[in-house]
Design a protein around this ligand. Sequence first.
Ligand SMILES: [Zn+2]
Length: 276
Amino acid sequence: MLTFEKLENRYHLTGTLELKQAMHIGSGDSDDAIDSLFVKDQGFRHYIPGSSFRGALRSNVERIIGSVIPNSSCCLDPESSLPCPSGNRTKQKKMNEYIAEPGREEKDICQKIVAELCQTCKVFGSPFLSSRVSIADLHPVNNGKPEGQKRFGVAIDRDTETAAQGLLFTYQVVEVGEKFDFELWAENMTDENWGVLGIGLVELLSGHFWIGGKKNASGLGQCQLLENSLRLEYFEGSTSLKKYLTEQKWPKQKSDNQVKQFITDKVQALLSLTAA
Ligand SMILES: [Zn+2]
């Protein structure tokens, strides 16, 4: 895992996430009335785990990026033809052997990892590189406590892909319109990394974004990051970092549509780079 990079830049993006459809994120727990309860935090409030959210963001990027930039994502697919070792055991073994070779220098290891990892893994992480992006758990805005609602579902038989008779189950959703605080951190981002992340964020800002699965079957999990809630604080480069350290405030800030513009510009730059 690559962890010895110098800190070059840091971005803090916050905003409000609104549910456009009811959402279900199973906690793995049940009670007397409901088979699959929504996840709750220690204060017994429904929340969206940041790790689930980052996974959804990654999937959204993977679904799109390969169509606009050839060979940009291994999608963690073991069968991928790309050199990226993240999803393939044989390629992982080879990479580990390269790293373990006596006398191997850190800079060579770094170079090889950067050369072989696909664009998506460079942003969202891989067994060989930590993710540049982290997302905090999303808690209800204003200390709210959204109520969970009971829904009925039909279990699908995996073999026949038809409704399995008698397998009715209940699950808990948080209703449409509920809002959550969104907070994303990103470090050591290149313009290319930002372009990749930006593709997912553009979808999120458009509301063409689903989390928690079941999206096709039952119309669940669609959500949107609200443009007028956006705030981006950051520093880039050592002068800016010094200012950040000595003044204890972010040297650069953007809000609302300026943030959307920042993100769109990065996506456009990535796409034009690849078209050239
Ligand atoms: Zn990859």
